[in-house]
Design a protein around this ligand. Structure first.
Ligand code: DC
Length: 223
């Protein structure tokens, strides 16, 4: 059994940043499952598919030509790493992700990512659905204001044109959809360690998470 660390949480909770750092520290693989849904959302637009047609979107999900290569993500042979990061792409991702057939179509693709020596996976349902037997499940959260501010800083850093109030509203809508959907809603998995990172620095959150890693997976952390 390949060990998996599942890190879930809403947008701007810091799960992506922390998951990447933990994977680096352990020398494990990293799966950004949100990027998968974002790429599918983009593909739906580009292939002219009606996002409200579950069968058509699920069919596209099954034949998605997608490749993750470190920080780069390729869709139909094109580098879409930047295009999938906009808030519009996040919203489209959240819409297609609410379709149960789509989630079923992408399940095995995500599970296949669990390869030796281990996997750190972040998303909304890593601990609850995709890797329910993960030896360590973490749920990160933060206040809506702080999450909006973090996303704002992230998008600004990437040179994107964003307004904080508009972003806060989009995040609110997206979170409500992700939490309220019937299929794999955003929840803390049973037995997950929950951390509210409001007011904490990345280093502080990382230290807490690494302490959990050390306790749950003894011997996994390099000395
Ligand atoms: O983590 P993110 O912001 O990149 O995710 C974008 C959207 O994709 C998110 O609003 C909901 C969906 N998603 C999901 O439903 N399940 C996951 N495991 C990851 C993301």
């Amino acid at each position: 059994m390949v060990p998996v660390i599942a890190i879930d949480g809403p947008s701007g909770s810091g799960k992506g940043t922390i998951a990447k750092l933990v994977a680096q520290r352990l020398g494990w693989h990293y799966l950004d499952s949100g990027a998968l849904y974002r790429a599918l959302g983009l593909a739906v637009d580009r292939h002219g598919i009606d996002p409200a047609d579950p069968a058509a979107v699920a069919d596209l999900a099954r034949r998605l030509d997608l490749r993750f290569d470190g920080e780069r993500i390729w869709l139909d042979g094109e580098d879409v790493s930047a295009a999938i990061r906009s808030e519009a792409a996040g919203n489209q991702a959240s819409r297609v992700a609410a379709i149960p057939e789509v989630r079923a179509a992408l399940l095995q693709w995500q599970r296949d990512y669990a390869r030796p020596p281990g996997l750190v996976a972040d998303g909304r349902d890593m601990g609850s659905v995709v890797f329910p037997r993960a030896p360590l499940r973490i749920f990160l959260d933060a206040s809506p204001e702080e999450r909006a501010q973090r996303r704002y800083n992230q998008l600004k850093e990437k040179g994107m044109d964003v307004s904080l109030p508009a972003l806060a509203e989009e995040i609110r809508e997206r979170d409500a959809r992700d939490r309220g959907r019937a299929a794999a809603p955003l929840v803390a998995a049973p037995g997950a360690f929950v951390l509210d990172s409001t007011g904490l620095s990345i280093d502080q959150v990382l230290a807490r998470v690494l302490a959990w890693v050390g306790a749950a997976l003894p011997g996994s952390l390099p000395q």
